[in-house]
Design a protein. Structure first.
Length: 184
C-alpha cells in the first residue's frame, strides 16, 4: 500500500477503533475474537481504500463490515463461545480492592455468570442487534449497518429483549434448583 493510502486509511479508521472494538466485544464476548473481528474489518477497509468515499459515514460502513463478518463467521462455525481464562482474570481483578464482603462478591460473580449464559443463548443476529443498541446506536444507524427497516429492527429488538429476559429467568430458576438440591 502506498504511503499516501496508509495515511488516508489511518485517518479514516483510527478515530473509530474504540467503537469498533466495543461493538466487536459485545458480539464475540471475548477479547481475542473481538480483536480478530476488528483486525479483519481493518483488512477489508485496507482492501477497499481506493474506493472509500470520505463523504460517506465511514463509521457506519465499518460497523456494517464488522457486523457482516460476525454473522458470516457464526454461520460458518456453529459453536458456542466459552469464556476465556482472561475473562475470569479480568473479573477477579475488577473486584479486587473493593470493600464488599465475600458473599457480595460471590453473588455478583454468580449474577455475571447468569447474564453471560443468558446472553450466549441468544441467536447471533439477536446479540448483534442488541449489542449495537447497547452501544447507543439509533435505529436509523442500525438500519444502515444491517440493511433492515426501522420497523423490522424494532420488532427484532423487542423479540431479542424478550428472549434475553426468558433465558435470564431460566438461568435464575436453574440456579435456585441447584441450590435446593445442594441443600438436601
Amino acid at each position: 500500500m502506498p504511503n499516501k493510502d496508509a495515511k488516508r486509511l489511518s485517518g479514516l479508521i483510527e478515530p473509530h477503533l474504540d467503537a469498533l472494538f466495543r461493538a466487536a466485544f459485545r458480539l464475540a464476548r471475548n477479547r481475542p475474537d473481538a480483536e480478530d473481528l476488528v483486525q479483519e474489518t481493518c483488512v477489508r477497509a485496507c482492501q477497499r481504500i481506493s474506493t472509500l468515499d470520505e463523504s460517506r459515514q465511514i463509521k457506519a460502513w465499518l460497523l456494517r463490515v464488522l457486523y457482516n463478518l460476525f454473522i458470516d463467521g457464526t454461520r460458518r462455525v456453529r459453536r458456542t463461545p466459552v469464556s476465556s481464562q482472561s475473562d475470569e482474570t479480568d473479573r477477579v481483578a475488577s473486584s479486587a480492592g473493593t470493600d464488599r464482603s465475600p458473599e457480595e462478591l460471590t453473588h455478583t460473580s454468580q449474577r455475571e455468570d447468569q447474564l453471560q449464559r443468558a446472553w450466549l443463548k441468544l441467536s447471533h443476529p439477536q446479540r448483534a442487534l442488541l449489542a449495537l443498541r447497547i452501544e447507543g446506536y439509533e435505529l436509523s444507524e442500525i438500519a444502515e449497518v444491517t440493511s433492515l427497516t426501522n420497523s423490522a429492527i424494532s420488532a427484532r429488538l423487542y423479540r431479542a429483549r424478550q428472549s434475553f429476559a426468558r433465558h435470564l429467568k431460566d438461568e435464575e430458576t436453574n440456579e435456585q434448583d441447584s441450590r435446593k438440591e445442594a441443600a438436601k
